[in-house]
Design a binder for this molecule. Structure first.
Ligand SMILES: *[C@@H]1O[C@H](CO)[C@@H](O)[C@H](O)[C@H]1NC(C)=O
Ligand SMILES: *[C@@H]1O[C@H](CO)[C@@H](O)[C@H](O)[C@H]1NC(C)=O
Ligand SMILES: CC(=O)N[C@H]1CO[C@H](CO)[C@@H](O)[C@@H]1O
Length: 421
């Protein structure tokens, strides 16, 4: 989509074309259409879930990801252009910007960190031209900063870039290598997978990691192909529910809807993963990035920054460092907020927090400014409840009853935490 962004009428035309394509052709999930019809029963299911929230428990017993993981990953901004200096500088920036103190702790390498060939003993080898000091030295550096190092491999013959080997058939050896280097997190992709079911390929790595002698957060990147939410809770700490995010509004909103479908499966220790953040990469407006960050936080998605934090602008920093929004994501109850009502392109998303509080996002996905209302009946509160509504982006509070209305700009959102009196 190489359209000049300075041409609003072209953009408008494009939105309408995509809208009609969506309505007529539908997409794989048909969310946009189905949700409108089903919104009442969604609200009911939502209320039922409130009751069972306290019975949530940890299933994969590695003690990790009790709240959604937070950190950074190289892929969205750098793709294969990563090297050890970039990673060290990113770790430095994570600390110096104050992001580390807000909870962003994982510094994650994605594809392209290794040589194409294993060594004579079959071990993975860091790419000599870009990681000459080796991964162990890098992990030591990152750990000295009080941060954690993540790495990437693939449940197939080779990774998606085809520039390094996958771990299929080498699970135990690779898990031991990662543990010996001091790795804290593994993103495990799905390319070149020989057609074997992910339900066979991924648990092999789960077991290998458990036997590696080091707690390693296991992030499944199976793209949602075989509905991992339904089986991965005993396999990994997070599982991708969609294909890769792109840095544009259509991709971000589509992925938000696809991920939403699996909300009831998320819990402490195991999270739905709608892919990493694009905030700060330049393809969306500030309003759109605010929506992206707010919905990801509400949906208890891993908050993995995908921009170059060494040179991010102030607006990006302001979005990524909103403590009150981060607190929603990291709330200990671990209930994934979801879409509970929809009036055309005007949506209400909500989820229960600890202390009987409720997080609400009013999201304007239309092209025009609009008022959006969340009724208590849609968000699990009894209609007589009085609440203090805290606006997490304006940092202001008001007392309201029965419903909450706010004017929301196009593609923007308002995010609140409601505390019942
Ligand atoms: C960005 O923030 C820094 C530090 O708060 C400040 O010094 C600088 O003037 C800001 N830049 C802009 C363009 O607002
Ligand atoms: C939203 O509601 C307020 C108060 O009723 C009103 O002044 C404003 O014009 C409304 N905005 C839109 C876009 O309808
Ligand atoms: C593209 C577009 O429709 N932008 C509109 C966004 O909403 C604001 C007000 O909410 C309008 O001023 C823009 O024209």
């Amino acid at each position: 989509m190489a359209l000049p962004p300075s041409s609003p009428s072209v953009m408008l035309l494009l939105y309408f074309l995509l809208f009609w394509t969506f309505l007529l052709g539908g997409n794989g999930n048909g969310n946009g259409v189905v949700v409108a019809a089903a919104s009442r029963s969604t609200a009911l299911r939502f209320a039922t879930e409130f009751d069972s929230a306290s019975s949530r428990r940890i299933l994969l017993n590695n003690g990790l990801a009790l709240t959604p993981p937070m950190g950074w990953n190289s892929w969205n901004h750098f793709q294969c252009n990563l090297n050890e200096n970039l990673i060290k500088e990113t770790a430095d920036a994570m600390v110096s910007t104050g992001l580390a103190a807000l909870g962003y702790q994982y510094i994650n390498l994605d594809d392209c960190w290794a040589e194409l060939d294993r060594d004579s003993k079959g071990n993975l080898v860091a790419k000599a031209s870009t990681f000459p000091s080796g991964i162990k030295a890098l992990a030591d550096y990152v750990h000295r900063k009080g941060l954690k190092l993540g790495i990437y491999s693939d449940a197939g013959i080779r990774t998606c870039s085809k520039r390094m080997p996958g771990s299929l058939g080498h699970e135990e050896q690779d898990a031991k290598t990662f543990a010996s280097w001091g790795i804290d997190y593994l993103k495990y992709d799905n390319c070149e997978n020989t057609g074997t079911s992910p339900k066979e390929r991924y648990p092999k790595m789960t077991k290998a990691l458990q036997q590696s002698g080091r707690p390693i957060l296991f992030s499944l990147c199976e793209w949602g192909q075989e509905d991992p939410a339904t089986w991965a809770v005993n396999v990994g700490n997070s599982w991708r529910t969609t294909s890769d995010i792109q840095d544009n509004w259509i991709s971000m909103t589509t992925i938000a809807d696809q991920n939403d479908k699996w909300a009831s499966y998320a819990k402490p220790g195991g999270w739905n993963d709608p892919d990493m953040l694009e905030v700060g990469n330049g393809g969306m407006t500030i309003a759109e990035y605010r929506s992206h960050f707010s919905i990801w936080a509400l949906a208890k998605a891993p908050l993995l920054i995908g921009c170059d934090i060494r040179s991010m602008d102030n607006n990006t920093m302001k979005l990524l460092s909103n403590k009150e929004v981060i607190a929603v994501n990291q709330d200990k109850l671990g209930v994934q907020g979801k879409k509970v009502h929809k009036y055309g392109d005007l949506e209400v998303w909500a989820g229960l927090l600890s202390g009987k509080r409720v997080a609400v996002v009013l999201w304007n996905r239309s092209l025009w400014r609009a008022n959006i209302t969340a009724y208590w009946s849609d968000i699990g509160l009894s209609s007589s409840t009085t609440v203090t509504a805290r606006d997490l982006w304006e940092h202001s509070s008001q007392v309201v009853r029965h419903h909450l209305t706010a004017q929301v700009d196009s593609h923007d959102c308002k995010m609140f935490v409601l505390t019942p009196h």
